[in-house]
Design a protein around this ligand. Structure first.
Ligand SMILES: C[C@](O)(CO)[C@H](O)COP(=O)(O)OP(=O)(O)OC[C@H]1O[C@@H](n2ccc(N)nc2=O)[C@H](O)[C@@H]1O
Ligand SMILES: Nc1ncnc2c1ncn2[C@@H]1O[C@H](COP(=O)(O)OP(=O)(O)OP(=O)(O)O)[C@@H](O)[C@H]1O
Length: 322
């Protein structure tokens, strides 16, 4: 029996723009993604057994409300790796969940990514970060970025993975979120506050279509309309040159257009942070509903943390992963 534990980090979107809709129904996006120190711990145990016809998978978690069947992204990730590498034996996965669920923080995507990394290590498969990202994309659009962040934040995966040119904790994402260019991390303290509701990512992208008047092109038809709603290129320059004023000015999340209208409690949470006057920026992360606030001074975040715990039970004080 062999075992490994991997830290599965939460992510926020420093920016998220939707440029258009593809014939697949997926959206062409432009985003800056940043990993946070807040993490789940994914432990994977592998027992080889040539008598078995394939791989048996069992998932357990400390959260009773999380599906542990084949719907779980950790389960799916083990299935995909087994298909790729044709192994026989038992995979046992334990998910120590600390990241809130259905929150816009890529918690599930991270767990899927962690299982890919774990099995790559336990099976000594030697797959590169790029190869893991290819497999990860079939699990979800956020998975490749989670793979890159975990490569940086888990030295136990070995020098080849942590030294991979794609290992990074901040990245510029294009395509459906899978074309990733590493960026320097943004050093900041981050407060997360999740209103008590879960949001479906698919519902949010459908809602955005209505907001923007986007219609899915027919198969074979070219993507005609590509419209930018924020200056992501200038944001990248700001991150590279440590121009915090510029970063704060440009950061935005287009998905707020729909999610905040649909769930006013998100605006209520944002207002509660903004009115305290400590945060440099307050935005919704991903498809929501979690609101994040950025700070450059830790004590300012700590003051807001105390106050926000009274607004939403699921409130966390963390920082960006560097
Ligand atoms: C909102 C973000 O979290 C921002 O990082 C991602 O864009 C979503 O990533 P994700 O949850 O990993 O997405 P997936 O699991 O692949 O897809 C969930 C649903 O979101 C929609 N989806 C997702 C990504 C994308 N670029 N366009 C989409 O339209 C699709 O309807 C899909 O059915
Ligand atoms: N390992 C997992 N951890 C959390 N949720 C999972 C997992 N596997 C499957 N799910 C399901 O995925 C859904 C979305 O959960 P998740 O926490 O990944 O949301 P999210 O942070 O909004 O993700 P993303 O930002 O990638 O859209 C939930 O309804 C949950 O039941």
């Amino acid at each position: 029996m062999k075992e490994i534990s991997v830290k599965s980090y939460a992510k926020i979107n420093l920016s998220l723009d939707v440029l258009g809709i593809l014939p697949s129904g997926y959206h062409q996006v432009e985003m800056i993604m940043q990993q946070l120190d807040l993490h789940d711990v994914v432990t994977v145990r592998w027992t080889e057994n040539p008598e078995l016809p394939g791989v048996e998978i069992r998932v357990e978690s400390n959260r009773a409300d999380l599906p542990v069947s084949s719907e779980n992204l950790a389960y799916k990730a083990a299935e995909r790796m087994a298909q790729e590498l044709g192994k026989r034996g038992t995979v046992y996965i334990f998910l120590q969940k600390n990241i809130p669920v259905a929150a816009g923080l890529a918690g599930g995507s991270g767990n899927g990514a962690a299982v890919l990394h774990s099995l790559n290590a336990l099976w000594e498969a030697g797959l590169s970060v790029k190869e893991l990202c290819r497999i990860g994309l079939s699990l979800g659009a956020d998975v490749p970025f989670c793979i890159m962040g975990q490569a940086k934040g888990n030295p136990q995966l070995g020098d080849a993975i942590s030294g991979d040119p794609l290992a990074c904790t901040c990245a510029y994402a294009e395509g459906i979120g899978e074309r990733l260019t590493p960026l320097p991390a943004l050093p900041a303290y981050v407060l997360l506050s999740k209103p008590p509701l879960g949001v479906s990512t698919a519902e949010v992208y459908r809602g955005i279509d209505e907001e923007l008047g986007l219609e899915k092109p027919e198969d074979g038809e070219k993507l005609l309309v590509l419209q930018r709603h924020m200056d992501t290129k200038a944001l990248i320059e700001g991150i590279k040159s440590h121009n915090y004023e510029k970063i704060i000015e440009i950061m935005a999340n287009l998905l707020e257009l729909f999610t905040i209208k649909q769930y006013p409690i998100i605006m209520y949470t944002k207002d509660k942070i903004v009115e305290r006057g400590n945060a440099a920026k307050v935005l919704m992360s991903g498809s929501g509903p979690t609101v994040f606030a950025l700070y450059f001074e830790e004590d300012k975040m700590n003051q807001d943390y105390e106050a926000l715990c009274d607004v939403n039970e699921e409130t966390y004080a963390t920082k960006t992963l560097r």
